[in-house]
Design a protein around this ligand. Structure first.
Ligand code: HEM
Length: 523
């Protein structure tokens, strides 16, 4: 299978990070939550800085100098933490965005998360710009003049911003407005936008693993102590600063103004924004059939509601007069067509009806549980050889069809979470010696929770559980991305050897049993 080069590059980066951080603490698996953590660092350090900060043109610079040099051990460190966490958040958000793009998680039903993400990015940048402004040093002056040029070039605002620079000085009134924006206005809008951004998802975690959060904090603290954030010389609108250390994370647009007109700079930034906004429809994603509820087989237990990663299922009062209290309803606008609900439905039990069509409470028209059962029976029958391994592979992970041979067959699932645990038991009962379930990489499910729910169901921690009678030694769960063929190949070989030994042991045990029965009959 051809893997798109952007995704391949991203997966390579992810693998490299896995080697350094392990899969649990790999920051690339926690970019959204890491961004939230950085916001907390920015918020707490910002609140501390607000206390000694003097919010006037005459006092701002001196108060920041006091914090940086006189009280370097607390306020200075807080200033540096504030600065470096702000820089880091730009990196994590850009990586988060790149990751969603590289793995194709921005189109179709995900357009909402993508489109609401774009303004958060710009808001973070403008939050940084107003932050630099507050120091009122030469860099702040550069930012103030650049921003005034840009704002005044807008048709409705022409001249409005420059009016705040009276007689070569910025007015206090305007400085207080910037302060209000930075301390209250922009953060409130940002948190509101972030709330909207994750609103359509269920079970959103906003905290990264503790180890990752702790490590990030220690790294920021070490950087703050090794290279404290400092100011430039005080602002003086009567002169132009010669040398400036630009923060390229936030102020990258301003140097453009040395070469381009304000209009050209606006055209660039608005075009980039527009392009980002319409990306989910370039080209529009083909829509997949969504989950369908069959009330005749739904008892309203709500397991699908608990497992849906996109909040697409609601539990409501029964409408068909059946003896159950509840039923579930799928919202077509929110359904990601992942099939996780079908995997969680207790009625998706292949042992239920052996001859007729297997009907379940909630199912995927494109790949029904009945079809999965048929394919399972067929695949087991087709296999030959000493050890037969059936692989259930996720469409968004490694193409497990690559391993098909006489003793191995693969069945593709929309998501590993759509696999009812009883189907694994069924495959073993039908004659498979072992079953391998291969979803996306650990911590990186295309449908957010598919591989996590599979693990929990198999370990008996989440309903519907894999029953105790299923022989765990004959079941493996291992995530793999498109580029992880070698890993799965090696695991399969090892699994086959282990299954061979188990088969041998079972045969010996059976032979012993037969001998015992024969002996008993003889006597
Ligand atoms: C401050 C900035 C941001 C934060 C803190 C943030 C945080 C998050 C979080 C926590 C999630 C849920 C992840 C999960 O539980 O699976 C998420 C999802 C998402 N974010 Fe962001 N995000 C930010 C900016 C952006 C930007 C700029 C974009 C792209 C333009 C973006 C695109 C997405 C997409 C497409 C999803 C949906 C992923 C899915 O459905 O699996 N985000 N974000």
């Amino acid at each position: 299978m051809l893997v798109n080069p952007v995704k391949r590059a991203y997966l390579a980066l992810e693998s490299w990070f896995n080697l350094s951080f392990g899969t649990e603490w790999n920051p690339l698996y926690h970019l959204g939550t890491l961004s939230f953590f950085l916001f907390w660092v920015i918020l707490v350090s910002g609140i501390y800085l607000f206390i000694p900060f003097q919010g006037s043109l005459s006092g701002a610079y001196q108060s920041v100098e006091y914090m940086t040099h006189e009280q370097w051990y607390v306020a200075g460190v807080m200033r540096s933490l504030h600065r470096y966490a702000s820089d880091a958040v730009v990196v994590t958000v850009l990586l988060h965005m790149f990751k969603e793009f590289a793995s194709g998680r921005y189109r179709g039903f995900r357009w909402f998360s993508w489109v609401t993400g774009v303004p958060t990015l710009w808001l973070i940048i403008t939050l940084g710009i107003t932050g630099y402004w507050l120091v009122w040093d030469e860099l702040a002056q550069y930012v103030a003049i650049g921003s005034a040029r840009l704002m005044d070039a807008m048709p409705l605002l022409s001249g409005a911003m420059t009016r705040n620079f009276v007689a070569g000085q910025m007015t206090d009134r305007f400085f207080i407005l910037i302060e209000f924006l930075h301390l209250l206005g922009q953060p409130l809008i940002l948190f509101f936008l972030l709330w909207i951004h994750v609103k359509r998802l269920s079970g959103v975690s906003i905290n990264p693993p503790r180890g990752l959060a702790g490590g990030t904090f220690i790294a920021l603290l070490a950087l703050s102590l090794a290279k404290p954030a400092v100011s430039h010389g005080p602002a003086d609108l009567a002169s132009m600063p010669f040398t400036l250390n630009i923060d390229w994370f936030y102020l990258n647009v301003y140097p453009l103004l040395d070469y381009w007109t304000e209009g050209q700079t606006w055209v660039l930034t608005t075009s980039v924004t527009f392009l980002l906004m319409i990306m989910p429809w370039l080209p529009p994603a083909k829509s997949s059939p969504i989950a369908v509820v069959d009330l005749d087989n739904c008892n309203g237990c709500g397991l699908c509601f608990n497992d849906c990663p996109f909040d697409a299922i609601t539990v409501q009062a029964r409408t068909d007069g059946a003896r159950f209290e509840h039923e579930v309803v799928v919202d077509p606008g929110l359904c990601g067509a992942c099939g996780i609900c079908a995997g969680s439905c207790p009625a998706s039990n292949p042992f239920r009806s052996s001859k007729s069509t297997l009907k379940t409470g909630i199912d995927m028209p494109q790949l029904s549980v009945d079809e999965l059962r048929t394919r399972t029976t067929q695949a087991v029958m087709e296999m030959s050889g000493a050890t037969k391994i059936l692989i259930f592979g996720c469409e968004h992970g490694l193409d497990t069809g690559l391993f098909d041979d006489a003793g191995t067959r693969s069945i593709r699932l929309i998501c590993s979470g759509m696999l009812p645990p009883t189907l694994v038991e069924f495959a073993l009962k039908k004659g498979a010696d072992g079953v391998l379930v291969s979803g996306c990489r650990h911590n990186d499910c295309y449908f957010r929770f598919g591989n996590q729910w599979t693990r929990l169901r198999f370990s008996g921690e989440r309903n519907p559980i894999l029953r105790a009678r299923a022989d765990r030694a004959r079941i493996r769960v291992q995530g793999a991305a498109e580029t992880d063929k070698g890993d799965i190949q090696r695991s399969l070989e090892k699994f086959r050897e282990e299954l061979g030994r188990l088969n041998q042991a079972d045969k010996s045990a059976d032979a012993e049993k037969d001998e015992k029965v024969a002996d008993e009959n003889y006597h």
